[in-house]
Design a protein around this ligand. Structure first.
Ligand SMILES: Cc1cc2nc3c(=O)[nH]c(=O)nc-3n(C[C@H](O)[C@H](O)[C@H](O)COP(=O)(O)O)c2cc1C
Length: 180
């Protein structure tokens, strides 16, 4: 798939075929490609927890859904959850974050998440990045230390959703020439 097609056909998939597992070699390939993502000072400040255990998936999914708000009710359908934990950066990226007042690990995690989604799309798999979940409960379920943060969960599986047209802000509202 060329990059344009990849970008245009990647979407947040919110329905999956739970009976169709993700092939281990595809999962491995997606993760290996994702780990080539750039990061500030090459710190790679993350761990990715691959959740495939049936019972744990249900627990993770419960942490992500909010019934009252109708949020993330689809997450039990995904046969894989990739939970991204923020790890300490290296010395230079940590100093850089303070001096420049920019929390580089969060930027890095956003980039690795997008690599995961695009690599998955290339393999014919669907994803949805989730930022909405009960973090403390999820940490407990996955044995994540108290001093760590879980920033994202990405659902992964064979999507049963048709391709949607992209809704985006008008180009001129986002891109300007020479000045703000
Ligand atoms: C940081 C982040 C957090 C997100 N959290 C959620 C979420 O909790 N639930 C959800 O259904 N979608 C979530 N999304 C997906 C966005 O809603 C989606 O990317 C956006 O609406 C654009 O649609 P598209 O991905 O289909 O192009 C999140 C996306 C990002 C980047």
């Amino acid at each position: 798939m060329d990059f344009e097609t990849l970008a245009l056909t990647r979407q947040s998939d919110r329905a999956y075929d739970r009976t169709r597992p993700v092939e281990p070699e595809k999962l491995d390939k997606i993760l290996r490609i994702a780990l080539t993502a750039p990061s500030a000072c090459n710190a790679q400040p993350y761990k990715i927890i691959v959740v495939q255990d049936e019972k744990l998936i249900n627990e993770v999914a419960d942490c992500t859904s909010a019934k009252a708000l109708g949020m993330n009710h689809f997450t039990k359908q995904a046969p894989v959850h990739l939970v991204i934990v923020e790890e300490p950066g290296n010395l230079t990226s940590s100093i850089g974050s303070v001096i420049k007042d920019k929390h580089f690990p969060w930027i890095d995690i956003g980039i690795v998440a997008s690599y995961i989604c695009l690599a998955a799309r290339e393999e014919g798999l669907g994803t949805c990045i989730l930022g909405w979940f009960q973090e403390e409960r999820l940490k407990k379920a996955l044995g994540v230390p108290k001093n760590r943060r879980i920033l994202l969960d990405i659902t992964l599986g064979y999507s049963t959703q048709p391709l949607r047209e992209k809704k985006r802000k008008p180009f001129e509202k986002v891109v300007t020439t020479n000045k703000y």
